[in-house]
Design a protein around this ligand. Structure first.
Ligand SMILES: NC(=O)c1ccc[n+]([C@@H]2O[C@H](COP(=O)([O-])OP(=O)(O)OC[C@H]3O[C@@H](n4cnc5c(N)ncnc54)[C@H](O)[C@@H]3O)[C@@H](O)[C@H]2O)c1
Ligand SMILES: O=P(O)(O)OC[C@H](O)CO
Length: 314
């Protein structure tokens, strides 16, 4: 099964490096001025292996399996322009977010643009730098078609990248999208000096929010405690390698945050607020993060926002 990756950011490049250990891989990026040096500045210190071909020409992407590693908020635009050329293939979403324009996840965007494609999701706790360096990592591969899930699991696992499979695409995808919101809240709590006990409460109550929304949208409840949900939530809420966590730290400390950094949780929190309102689901942490990200809630009011809610059963 031939493999290509669309999106030469940190994650697409890291996956390409790992998968090139098993055979030729083509990586497409729109800005690949760095390709000749064989090192992507988004993944410093990692030399691209010879089996990895980097291109900015979409007509070179002929592979049977294509991984889409673009940020969630740009995926819809990319598919509107180029989706037709990828129909009828295995298309694996690697993005962790909810599209603000449609309030749907990346897999639904792909299915709408490429109706004949077999759509899958690759998600779970993994920093690009860890994957690229060959550190041991376990991920979830989700595809509604069990046979395709097995074939993709075999092809996309490497010596250091261990994939578990599921047919619950909705659950796997939502776990990866929603944990980014909670990681922003956890970072903000640490940045504001609220302490580790507060962070533990945010992670736990955040997980309850994730479960509520995901099951209302059709996820299987048993998927959320897996790698794609709880696993990624724990990673992202506890590591400064996470951009979502670091963005939260910046909100909490009042410091600037590097513009142009991919922080999926900010837009996804806004999407979730709208979805939750539509479904009548309480998502206080997500609402807070949406408010902080948009500037409609000030950090000094964040605690009141969470602590002044009515007392209730856990
Ligand atoms: N970095 C990680 O550790 C990691 C791990 C797991 C999942 N992810 C997910 O992977 C996705 C991509 O993240 P990343 O870390 O690679 O981001 P990144 O910021 O490193 O790279 C984003 C890439 O998208 C490209 N891009 C932006 N707009 C584009 C457009 N309109 N057309 C074509 N290309 C465009 C940029 O040029 C850049 O190469 C996100 O959804 C993220 O949540 C990232
Ligand atoms: O850097 P972040 O916050 O986008 O997190 C990267 C991955 O999603 C962690 O699994």
């Amino acid at each position: 099964m031939s493999v290509a990756i669309i999106g030469a950011g940190a994650f697409g490049t890291a996956l390409a490096v790992s998968l090139a250990s098993k055979g030729p891989v083509t990586l497409w990026g729109r800005d690949i001025g760095w390709a000749e040096a064989r090192e992507n500045p988004r993944l410093p210190g990692v030399t691209l292996p010879p089996a990895l071909h980097v291109t900015d020409r979409l007509d070179e992407i002929a592979a049977e399996t294509v991984l889409l590693a673009l940020p969630a908020q740009v995926l819809g635009g990319f598919l509107a322009e180029h989706g037709a050329r990828f129909d009828r293939r295995n298309l694996v979403s690697c993005a962790k977010g909810i599209d603000l324009a449609t309030l749907t996840g990346p897999s639904a965007l792909i299915a709408a643009a490429c109706p004949q494609a077999r759509v899958a999701v690759l998600t779970g706790p993994s920093f690009a730098a860890d994957i690229a360096r060959g550190l041991p990592t376990a991920l979830t591969l989700a595809c509604a078609d069990a046979g395709t899930a097995e074939a993709l699991q075999r092809r996309l696992s490497t010596a250091t990248l261990r994939l578990y499979r599921t047919t619950d695409v909705t659950g796997a995808e939502l776990g990866g999208a929603l944990k980014n919101i909670i990681a922003i809240a956890a970072g903000a709590a640490i940045g504001a000096g609220y302490g580790d006990s507060a962070r533990a409460s945010i992670v736990t109550r955040g997980f309850a929010e994730m479960l509520r929304l995901a099951t209302a949208l059709g996820a299987r409840p048993e998927t959320l405690p897996g790698l794609s949900g709880l696993g990624d939530l724990v990673l992202t809420c506890t590591s400064e390698q996470s951009r979502n966590f670091r963005y939260g730290l910046a909100l909490g400390t009042g410091r600037d945050f590097a513009a142009g950094t991919t922080v999926e949780g900010a837009a996804t929190a806004r999407a979730v607020t709208r979805l939750a309102e539509r479904l009548g689901i309480e998502m206080p942490i997500s609402n807070l993060v949406a408010g902080l990200a948009q500037g409609s809630i000030a950090m000094e009011h964040a605690l009141d926002f969470l602590l002044n809610r009515p007392l209730k059963e856990e």
